[in-house]
Design a protein around this ligand. Sequence first.
Ligand code: LLP
Length: 434
Amino acid sequence: MKLHGTMRIEKNQLYIGGVSVKTLAEEFGTPLYIFDEENLINRATSFQHYFRSNQFSTTIYYAAKALSNLYVFGLIRELGLSVDVVSEGELYTAVKAGIAPEKICLHGNNKLPRELMMALNYRVGRIIIDHPTEFSLLSDLCRERQQKIDVLLRINPGIQATTHEYIQTTTDDSKFGMNTADPDIFALIQKIDADPYLDLKGVHCHIGSQILDKNFFVEEAEAILSFVRQVKTKLNINMSEVNLGGGFGVYYTAEDNPFDLPEFLTEYISVIEKLIEKYDLNINTISIEPGRSLINDSGSILYTVGSVKYPLQGRPYVFIDGGMTDNIRPVLYAAEYEAGLANRMNDQPDDIYRVAGKCCESGDVLIQEVALPRPKTGDLLIVPATGAYTYAMSSNYNRIPKPAVVFVNKGKTALAVKREDYEDLIRNDMPYTS
Ligand code: LLP
C-alpha cells in the first residue's frame, strides 16, 4: 500500500497527520472518512504555484463535486481558490461556507430555472451555458430581472480521452456542451454575444476524468484555442477567457502512473502560451477545475474487520463494516484500490483477499484482490486514495447511516461531518396513518 501525504508507520501503526489511525477509530468510530489536511493544502498550493503565467491570469476552480461540505469549502476559501458547482445544493453549501459568489462558476447540462435563479440571486461569477435552450432560459431570466451576468459556453471538441466510458465527456455522443463540429454552434455564439444581459467571456471544456495521459490535455488546449481563433476569424468575436476543466489522473494502484503535477502544470502553461501566440489571441484568463487531483490522495476510508470467510470457491472474503454505501466507485466504474491493516502495517501478507462490504448485494466488493496479513476480527482496514467521489456519492442503501468525516493536521483532529444516526435516517419519512 502506497503511503500518501503525511502517512507514516510507527511501531506497526499507521499515522495520518500525526494522529494514529487507531486513536481516530476509537474516538470517531468506523467506517470513517479521514482527510489529511496538510496533503490537501499542499496539492492546492501546488496548483496555485505552478499553474501561473506572465501572459495571462489563471484561476483554479476546485471541482466541488469531488467532495463538498462546509469544512472543505472553508479550507478552499482560506486557500483562495475558486469553486465550480454543479447544483443548487453545492452552490448553497459553498455560499454558506463563505466562498465569495464571484469566485463561483455554475455548471450543469440541465440547469433548472430555480438553479439559475439562485445563481443570479447570489450573483455568481460565471454561468457556463450548455446548449441553446439553456441560453434562452438564462437570457429571459436576466431580461426579466434586468441583471447582467458573465457567461462561458461549454464546448466539446470531440476528444475521446482514454478513461472509463462513464467519465468521458467529449465524445461525439456526449450529453455535455456544444460540439465544435455542430453547425449551429456559431449561430449560438453570435446570439450569446449579442445578448445585452449576457457577457460572453469565452469557452469552457472538460474532456473527462481520471486521465493519465497528458497528451490529451495538450490536444484539448490545441483544439479549444484553435476554436477561439475560428470564432475570431469567422464572427469577429474576441473571447478573452478559456476554462480547460479538470480530469488530471491520480494514483489508485501501482497500475496508475499519474504525471508529476508541478512538472505537468509548468509544461501545460508553456503549451498554452505558445498556442495563444500561434493563434494570435487576446486571452486574459485561463482556468482549470481540478477535483480528484486536488483531493483524492488526502482521503482514506477506515473500516473495522468483522470476519474472514472462505467460500467454496474463489478468494477468501474480508468483511468490513462499510462497503458500496460509502464507496460506490468499485461497483460503478470497476475502480481499484489498495488497502492495508492500519494496526498491523509491518505484518507480512499471508494471502490474497477480497474485501467485501456488508450490503445485501453480491456485487458489494470493494477490492477484488489485495495481499494482507491474515485479518482478525477488530483489525482496522484502511483504503487510501479515496478522497474524491466517495462521500460525495455515498448513499443510505440498506438504511446504513453515512459515516463521519474527520480532518487531521499536525496532531489535531477536526470533525467535518457528523456520523448519521438512526434519527437522521427517518427524518424525512412520514408515518403511515390509516
Ligand atoms: N469540471 C467539470 C465540468 C467536470 O464535469 C468535472 C468532473 C471536473 C471539472 C472535475 O474533474 P476531476 O478533476 O475530478 O477529474 N464520479 C466519477 C467522476 C465524475 C467526474 C465528473 N466531472 C468518479 O468517481 O470517477
